[in-house]
Design a protein around this ligand. Structure first.
Ligand code: 1CP
Length: 364
């Protein structure tokens, strides 16, 4: 499908289904990748992580980060690779002191508590404190050898702010909501700094070789509709407007994913992004009707479906493909990250089912 002959500047890309689908260009089969496709459900990931010592050392070692990025691609015929890193690299580079408590998830030594804390933080230099991420992008892009495109990513300002203000993972989000409603100017100041940081971070990933970028707004769905627009969407919109949209003579598509954001599809699509990521709480058929031709859609199988039998997984893939219907514009994915106790073979059943069962929807 790749038409690289027309542009001598364009590095060759053997499988460009993912980039084509994001632009609604014809494809032979629906492309598929999995959120968190590198990670603890793979025994080879656990071995490399042990070799690195801990999670952040793995992220900071370009060769090992590249190794774990490629591991799922060796097992499954995935249509895209995603940079192995984490959304919390930016707050770490801002000096908050990220660490991981075993089995407890991420934590910050110095969370943001007041305006004075926000005043202190600067915009990290992507080729300074965050150069290890750009080195990983360059290494992965080289080692991919043009097989599939590389996705770069960042957290959304709101989602990053939740970790920075809560000090780690949260269930009720009381600290950040207290700041949002009692001291909105302080939170907006933080979100502005984060939006500028994310824009320069993603643009640097694109310069380093990322061929598409995705913004994870994992916690946007805990806000009311008005607050979502004010504290989350507004800043993602600003980032989309500031991103480089072409590199090496090719479009660099942008995907926005707000978990639990199904009710705001039209507003997300209106930011100028190329694709909207869906979790499993919305029917993709309805989503397509609502966004029309405006954007492509990514999603949206419940990740827990990967605990089911191969027959059940195939049936669910068939239902989602039928829901989207004919033509390009769909990137198949899970509605959120793969669970760490999923049998790897079931992920293989899922990926193969997407390719096999989607072909009839792409006959011209
Ligand atoms: O113990 C370990 O090995 C660390 C587990 C782990 C992994 C594998 C963390 C800590 N981060 C990652 C990698 C990661 N994180 C990727 C890699 C690329 C891939 O294969 O997809 C990506 C894209 C992320 C993004 C990320 N980190 C998000 C947004 C996406 C999502 O899943 O919602 C979030 C919210 C995080 C924070 C984070 N980092 C790590 C954990 C366990 C968490 C979640 C904590 C929480 O639930 O709040």
């Amino acid at each position: 499908m790749a038409d690289d002959s027309t542009n001598p500047q364009r590095p060759e890309l053997k499988n460009d289904r993912y980039l084509r689908a994001l632009q609604k260009q014809p494809v032979d089969a629906t492309p598929v990748w999995m959120m968190r496709q590198a990670g603890r459900y793979l025994p080879e990931y656990k071995a490399t992580r042990a070799q690195a010592g801990d999670f952040m050392s793995l992220c900071k070692n370009a060769e090992l980060a590249c190794e774990v990025t490629l591991q799922p691609l060796r097992r499954f015929p995935l249509d895209a690779a995603i940079l192995f890193s984490d959304i919390l690299t930016i707050p770490d580079a801002m000096g908050l002191g990220l660490y991981f408590e075993t089995g407890e998830g991420p934590r910050f030594r110095d969370p943001i508590t007041c305006k004075a804390d926000v005043d202190k933080i600067g915009i990290p230099d992507p080729e300074g404190e965050l150069q290890y991420v750009m080195n990983a992008v360059r290494t992965i892009r080289r080692e991919l050898k043009g097989e599939v495109p590389l996705i770069g990513f960042s957290g959304s300002p709101w989602t990053l702010a939740t970790y920075m203000v809560e000090g780690g993972t949260s269930k009720a989000f009381t600290k950040i909501k207290k700041m949002a409603f009692a001291e909105p100017a302080t939170l907006h100041q933080l979100l502005e700094k984060l939006a500028d940081s994310v824009t320069s971070y993603l643009n640097a990933q694109i310069d380093a070789g990322a061929q598409s970028v995705m913004i994870f707004d994992t916690w946007g769905g805990v806000l009311s509709p008005r607050d979502y627009k004010d504290f989350s969407l507004q800043y993602m919109h600003k980032i989309v407007s500031g991103l480089k949209r072409e590199a090496d003579g090719r479009k660099v598509p942008v995907t926005l994913f707000t978990k639990n954001g199904g009710q705001w599809l039209e507003a997300i699509a209106a930011t100028g992004c190329d694709a909207v990521g869906l979790d499993w709480t919305i029917n993709i058929e309805d989503a397509r009707k609502r966004v029309g031709d405006k954007v492509a859609l990514q999603g949206n199988m419940d990740p827990s479906m990967l605990y089911a039998s191969p027959e059940r997984i195939r049936q669910e893939v068939a239902t989602i493909l039928e829901g989207y219907g004919n033509g390009s514009g769909h990137v198949f994915n899970l509605g959120h990250g793969i669970h760490l106790d999923v049998p790897p073979d079931n992920a293989g059943v899922f990926v193969n089912a997407v390719h096999e069962l989607s072909r009839p929807y792409h006959k011209q």
